[in-house]
Design a protein around this ligand. Structure first.
Ligand code: ZN
Ligand code: ZN
Length: 192
């Protein structure tokens, strides 16, 4: 079994018929290729997603049987617990959509005035200190009381293709021996 943690993280989105679990990639083309090479060959019913929980973090694990077993890959990542994660856990119901996402981050010179910074204020409220010429690392927010000293807008774009995953489980570390995917992942990647 080959494992990969070569992705940035996992996002959770709620606006569909089902909740979305979204492995994130910094490069759209690489994500599309990975989908084509690996995920495309996964029958939906064989996909398993596991979350192994620690007090402040969790392990995301995803694997499936493939119609192309020779090039199959399973995915894992250890991530901090977040409100998005907890909301997904509480609300995904019977099944979730799994799709890939592109995580992109833009600076003040790549956006419109109305685009919003991670500080929640629009680009138009940010200013580059004119003294040192254009410098995207020094683009502070002028809103009173805001400590933001650099405009950064990070966004997640969901790629269209999706799989429906019904085999999802949340496990404590004590439970992983009974779960082949989680056990295999922790043996391979956590050196237990
Ligand atoms: Zn800002
Ligand atoms: Zn601000």
């Amino acid at each position: 079994m080959r494992w990969s943690d070569d992705f940035l993280g996992v996002a959770y989105r709620y606006f569909d018929l089902r909740m979305n679990v979204v492995p994130l990639f910094g490069n759209r083309r690489a994500a599309l290729k990975l989908w084509q090479d690996v995920i495309h060959w996964w029958p939906d019913a064989s996909i398993r997603v596991r979350f192994v929980e620690e007090p402040d973090s969790y392990w995301f694990m995803m694997g499936a049987e493939s119609r192309r077993p020779d090039s199959n890959v399973s995915f894992y990542k250890r991530l901090p617990r977040s409100p998005h994660y907890e909301r997904f856990k509480a609300g995904y119901g019977d099944a979730a959509y799994m799709r890939f996402g592109e995580y992109s981050s833009k600076t003040l010179y790549q956006v419109k005035d109305s685009d919003v910074c991670n500080c929640q204020h629009p680009a138009g409220d940010h200013a580059d200190d004119p003294g040192d010429g254009p410098d995207e690392t020094d683009t502070r927010c002028l809103e009173e009381g805001c400590a933001c000293d650099r405009f950064v807008s990070t966004q997640v774009y969901l790629l269209k293709r999706k799989k429906t995953v019904a085999d999802i489980a949340f496990l404590a570390e004590a439970d992983i021996r009974d779960d082949p995917l989680a056990w295999n992942c922790m043996r391979a990647n956590a050196h237990i």
